[in-house]
Write a protein that binds this ligand. Structure first.
Ligand SMILES: Nc1ncnc2c1ncn2[C@@H]1O[C@H](COP(=O)(O)OP(=O)(O)OP(=O)(O)O)[C@@H](O)[C@H]1O
Length: 296
């Protein structure tokens, strides 16, 4: 159960597309789908929603082929598109009612709670809504029928930081209910806080699938050190510490794990200034993007 892709391939006439994608999102898992612009995230998601027919391979949700069972998939899966196409001339509530009717949704309690938490006037005509307001309508539409599977394409685009945090809360609540969630994102913080695993796609190909806990364990501390003399620079260079850059008396070094040895080396130097920061997940992901970039 959950979401499976098996050698999913789609080549557009311009040669772009997605190629031989095989990965799964397990039942109850939150999976982050990352990649630079144009990598193929939305194309993958459109296949999962049954909007596109794969050229090769397959996409399945809960064992159902997404193309052959597209009507059932679109009715049950909670989907937030990257760009929402709204009908003209209706307001947010009318749009949500329309969807609720199509899905045969009876209970509006969770919908109303979501509208309250997202703090917006749902009766505003959609054509008068800001990008962020439209995104909120999209989030309510995706979550309101309490679906077991959620597929979210850049869910926080257009949301302010407060609403981004609220969104993270909503995802964590759904996760605790055992929901299966795939979300594409450029926002590393929300991936860090919500996802169990991440898949990284570049130029239509999957370049890595990683456990977020493993990535977090790989996070290194970066030290900015300003020493007093060139002798100090030499001492640090000789110590076998990973040096990222040297600018006269200023060094940037990376340390992972063995802090004692590092502190012993520093104790032999004269330090004018020391600054520490933890490598962000974003920096780790960028390493994947770059690694693959240099291969192509
Ligand atoms: N219908 C289409 N016809 C032709 N090319 C397409 C079509 N849809 C997408 N593409 C191309 O396929 C590639 C992948 O696009 P896609 O929208 O899936 O990327 P994305 O990872 O979602 O990017 P972004 O982060 O910018 O939303 C791009 O080069 C895009 O131009």
């Amino acid at each position: 159960m959950g979401i499976q892709m098996n050698q999913l391939t789609k080549v557009f006439p311009n040669g772009k597309g997605i190629f031989d994608l095989s990965f799964e999102v397990k039942k109850g898992e939150v999976f982050g789908y990352l990649g630079p612009n144009g990598a193929g995230k939305s194309t993958t998601i459109r296949h999962l929603m049954g909007f596109m027919k794969p050229e090769l391979g397959s996409a399945k949700i809960n064992g159902m082929d997404c193309w052959k069972n597209s009507a059932e998939i679109q009715k049950t899966v909670g989907y937030l598109p990257g760009e929402i196409a709204f009908l003209d001339g209706i307001n947010g509530l009318e749009f949500l009612e329309l969807l609720a009717g199509m899905r045969g949704m009876k209970d509006r309690t969770y919908r109303d709670q979501l509208i309250r938490r997202l703090q917006f006037d749902v009766t505003t005509p959609i054509r008068k809504m800001s990008k962020g307001m439209k995104q909120k309508v999209g989030i309510v539409a995706a979550f309101m029928h309490d679906p077991q599977i959620l597929i979210l394409d850049e869910p926080t685009s257009g949301l302010d930081p407060l609403m981004q945090s609220l969104f993270v809360e909503l995802v964590l609540e759904e996760k605790s209910k055992g929901k299966t969630i795939l979300m594409s994102s450029h926002m590393f913080q929300e991936i860090d806080r919500t996802c169990d695993r991440v898949g990284i796609i570049k130029d239509g190909r999957l370049v890595a699938v990683e456990d977020v806990k493993n990535l977090q364990a790989k996070q290194r501390k970066l030290f900015d050190i300003l020493v007093e003399t060139m002798n100090d620079v030499e001492t640090i260079k000789q110590a076998g510490i990973e040096i990222l850059s040297i600018d006269h008396l200023r060094l940037k070094v990376a340390v992972q794990g063995d802090y004692n040895r590092f502190i012993k080396v520093l104790s032999q130097c004269h330090i004018q200034h020391l600054d520490i920061h933890t490598q962000s997940l974003e920096e780790i992901f960028m390493h994947y993007y770059d690694k693959e970039g240099s291969r192509s």
